[in-house]
Design a protein around this ligand. Structure first.
Ligand code: IMP
Length: 183
């Protein structure tokens, strides 16, 4: 597959503008408090780094890694691959995710962190694909609502490719769950 197979959905400029707005909102909401930003590897890396550099509150960073998709196809099972290094107890946690689709990954992460007695847990998600939501999950800060298509770029991958694209695009010939279209 080449970049010709990708239809631009959100340009780098649109993303930049929206990330700035999200950072302003988060900075306002957490004013005077210490925040622990928790990006979920690997899809959120670009979103997280752009967001982080615009936050105007005291921040700590800790990472989490989960697998919920194999080669972009949902298995419906969430597995923690790498846990936080520090305990989230008595901290204000902001989970940063690339995309919420079924909601199973975020739901798992919220419950997992809440069980460890943080002061608060909120979620910041760049893309919301609401069509196939399987669980009610609260997203506190959302970048964009996207159609039920398989998207790549700006950290999001298909079989580990396309993460480096500066924009977000729809991968043609791939179903919203990451399978190849027939024909
Ligand atoms: P959920 O558990 O179904 O909400 O899926 C969340 C995870 O699935 C995200 O963190 C992504 O890694 C992956 N995912 C869902 N939709 C897409 C997509 O369109 N492109 C790339 N990854 C996706």
């Amino acid at each position: 597959m080449t970049n010709k197979d990708i239809k631009v959905l959100l340009t780098a400029k649109q993303i930049k503008k929206r990330v700035k707005l999200l950072a302003e909102r988060i900075s306002k909401d957490y004013k005077g408090r210490q925040l622990t930003v928790v990006p979920v590897l690997k899809g959120s890396i670009l979103f997280f780094s752009d967001l982080l550099r615009q936050l105007k509150v005291d921040c700590e960073v800790d990472f989490l890694s989960v697998s919920s998709y194999k080669a972009a196809k949902s298995k419906g099972v969430v597995r923690l691959l790498m846990d936080l290094r520090e305990s989230p107890e008595k901290k204000h946690i902001l989970i940063v995710e690339d995309i919420v689709d079924t909601g199973l990954t975020l739901d798992y992460l919220i419950k997992n962190i809440k069980a460890r007695r943080p002061l608060s847990v909120k979620t910041c998600v760049l893309l919301d694909k609401p069509v196939l939501r399987k669980t009610h999950v609260k997203v506190d800060y959302t970048g964009f609502k996207v159609p039920d298509e398989f998207v790549v770029g700006y950290g999001l991958d298909y079989k580990e490719k396309y993460r480096n694209l500066p924009f977000i695009g729809i991968l043609k010939g791939i179903t919203p769950r990451g399978d190849k279209n027939e024909g």
